[in-house]
Design a protein around this ligand. Structure first.
Ligand SMILES: O=C(O)CCC(=O)C(=O)O
Length: 276
């Protein structure tokens, strides 16, 4: 059985960096055995796709770009990671929360030569959760260089701005523009106006970022290295049911929770910290 504790303490300066910058890389914080287990789960998902999967690359594109969400609802390695891994404890530390509930996971596979990027976006505009203590933890399952790993626009979680939610695949808006949202700009084309945080990472490391932090990733232009990652979302103390105008069907089971209520229904949002 893999350890349910982090391999080391998350330091005060890492918590401060997370709060100030909206994103931080925690090196060697999870036993790589967990990532091996998730990698086995990822291969299962690639062979037998779940109901919330999207093939982001078009037929004939070089490489292959696969995403799937809510794997923890159907595959044991993902469920085990959600409930028993050190993720809940790390999330509690980063968000200074007494209690943490698991929200969702996502698998992002970019096979070698995948050109398609993951568009700049903020995760929290896609789902019905309000609060500042939403933390996403992105775990690479392969060694990934900084130009291919997830990148965060430094400080963007503090802009007080919600961009429209775009489909990773084709950049179509999924939330109406009439809510006053605008598309995220192409931060790579903005010269030095923004600082983009990026890190070389390997299994056991974790890139943690705030739910409102703008982030994205380039394609995987490597000729031979796979780029598989699991992204996990955790809810800290101040998080409640929010409202979004157009929600994906995968969030529908959550709509029984009233706006403003805590997301503590054990079936939908298992409590993962403190451990039982
Ligand atoms: O890994 C990627 O390419 C994108 C991941 C992402 O957008 C996320 O974790 O929210």
């Amino acid at each position: 059985m893999n350890s349910s504790r982090p391999t080391r303490l998350v330091t005060d300066s890492e918590v401060s960096a997370y709060e100030a910058d909206g994103g931080v890389c925690l090196r060697g914080v999870v036993d790589p055995a967990w990532l091996a287990r998730l990698a086995a789960g990822a291969e299962e998902a690639l062979k037998d796709h779940g109901p919330h999967h999207y093939i982001q690359s078009a037929p004939g594109d070089p490489g292959f770009f696969y995403t799937e969400y809510f794997l923890w609802r159907r595959l044991a390695p993902f469920r085990d990671f959600a409930v028993n891994s050190p993720g809940g404890e790390i999330a509690a530390r980063l968000t200074r929360s007494a209690q943490v509930h698991f929200f969702m996971d996502g698998l992002f596979v970019k096979e070698p030569k995948t050109a398609r990027p993951s568009a700049w976006h903020q995760d929290q505009v896609y789902y019905p959760v309000d609060g500042n203590k939403v933390v996403i933890m992105w775990f690479p399952l392969d060694p990934v260089s900084a130009d291919t790993a997830l990148r965060v626009v430094k400080g963007s979680h503090r802009w007080g701005k919600s961009f429209s939610a775009v489909m990773l695949k084709d950049d179509e808006d999924v939330i109406q523009q009439d809510q006053g949202h605008i598309r995220p700009p192409d931060f790579d084309a903005e010269g030095d106006r923004y600082e983009i945080l990026s890190w070389d990472v390997e299994p056991g490391d974790c890139i943690a970022f705030n739910g409102m932090a703008v982030h994205g990733a380039r394609g995987n232009m490597s000729g031979s290295r796979r780029r598989r990652a699991v992204s996990t979302t955790w809810l800290g103390d101040d998080t409640v049911m929010g409202h979004r105008s157009e929600m994906e069907v995968q969030y529908n089971p959550m709509l029984k929770v009233a706006k403003g209520e805590r997301l503590v229904d054990e079936e939908l949002f298992p409590k993962v910290w403190p451990k039982r």
